[in-house]
Design a protein around this ligand. Structure first.
Ligand code: AQP
Length: 344
């Protein structure tokens, strides 16, 4: 089965997003990505969600842990409400068209563009010469992940905004260089109260699975006691909560906890502050812990149940990869034709 490949605008709406199996899922991944994917899965738009294992290895991954994290991530998608019958769930390395298109994009993107990427600078640290070439080229592979499906919308957290802009730049340059309207100019979808969940230990750093401090994040597999302890110890300031959002402007840690509460409760920040304004953190933190446990415990229980049958998870990923390929293969073929590859 093949599908007609569009070579000129407008493009059929299609959603793509990915998460790295680079460790356990965090509350940041859940609120910034998974929950939003689940909330929109019945919108009628075809959606593909990818465990981006090839991105994960841009920094060292132990092979056994990577396999486990990929399956656990798939379990996390399903436990968060993603239905593999409605959305295509797969791991990136099973669809080789991603890397084939990434090579073309490596030849379209400029090294200067990559040098400006803040995620590369953050992850490479002071010794950029020692970073992998893959880490440097990461945004070109990400552009390929999206554009190999002609995806028009990419729901992500705030941290991915710069990479999405680069995806648009690559599509624009490809279309311009080859005189076509072949790749869509993808829209980032960055919405909700928790587009940037911050570290519990430092309100200026995003919550991240690879932060060396486990106390900085809530893991989706943390039990109720651990969640409560981490929230109790979360950095705050001595003031009571304000009664409106502008009172949080210079209080990053307070803002973070209120944002997390709002996103978990599906409330606006103003509504949360209408209820909690005037409370001290000694009263607000237990409210947040209770809500976090109520929302996360069923997900972690379901993840653990799904992980008892990894063969079933592997079958879901294999089926998803086959479905993804049906969309990706003709787009790669057309790309090769446009670029001038014989035999495409
Ligand atoms: N703290 C966050 N707040 C909101 N959204 C977040 N996302 C990640 N962290 C936050 C969103 O989750 C999706 C998947 O991200 P990823 O795992 O592919 O890479 P990442 O953004 O680099 O996430 P981590 O946890 O920080 O992973 P490591 O530590 O391996 O780099 C994206 O949509 C992202 O925006």
């Amino acid at each position: 089965m093949t599908e007609a490949v569009q070579t000129s605008l407008p493009f059929t709406p299609r959603v793509f997003s990915g998460i790295q199996p680079s460790g356990g899922l965090t509350l940041g991944n859940y609120l910034g990505a998974l929950k939003r994917f689940a909330d929109t899965q019945d919108s009628g738009t075809q959606s593909l969600y990818c465990m981006v294992d090839l991105h994960a290895i841009t920094v060292w991954q132990d092979p056994a842990k990577l396999r486990h994290a990929t399956r656990e991530l798939c379990a996390g998608f399903i436990a968060s409400g993603l239905d593999p019958q409605k959305s295509i769930l797969f791991n990136q390395s099973q669809v080789s068209e991603h890397t084939q298109l990434a090579w073309i994009f490596n030849c379209v993107a400029r090294t200067g563009w990559m040098q400006r990427m803040t995620q590369f600078k953050d992850k490479a640290g002071k010794n950029a010469q020692n970073a992998s070439l893959g880490l440097f080229a990461y945004p070109a592979l990400m552009a390929a992940d999206i554009l190999i499906y002609h995806a028009t919308h990419v729901p992500v957290g705030e941290d991915q905004k710069q990479h999405l802009e680069l995806t648009r730049d690559i599509a624009t340059k490809f279309n311009h260089d080859y005189g076509v309207d072949f790749f869509p100019i993808t829209e980032p979808v960055i919405e909700g109260a928790a587009t940037r969940v911050m570290s519990l230990r430092d309100g200026s750093k995003k919550m991240s699975k690879s932060d060396p401090s486990d106390a900085s994040r809530i893991n989706m597999t943390d039990d109720a006691d651990t969640i409560a302890k981490k929230i109790r110890k979360a950095k705050t300031d001595p003031e009571a909560l304000p009664s409106e959002a502008k009172g949080l402007e210079d209080r990053p840690e307070a803002r973070n906890l209120v944002n997390i509460y709002a996103a978990l409760a599906d409330m606006s920040v103003d509504d949360v502050l209408r209820e909690a304004g005037g409370k001290q953190f000694s009263a607000f933190k237990p409210m947040l812990s209770e809500l976090a446990v109520e929302k996360l415990a069923p997900i972690s229980t379901e993840m653990a149940r799904l992980m008892q049958d990894t063969a079933e998870i592997d079958a879901i990923l294999a089926k998803g990869a086959a479905d993804a390929r049906v969309i990706a293969a003709p787009i790669l073929k057309k790309t090769y034709e446009i670029v001038g590859m014989v035999g495409a």
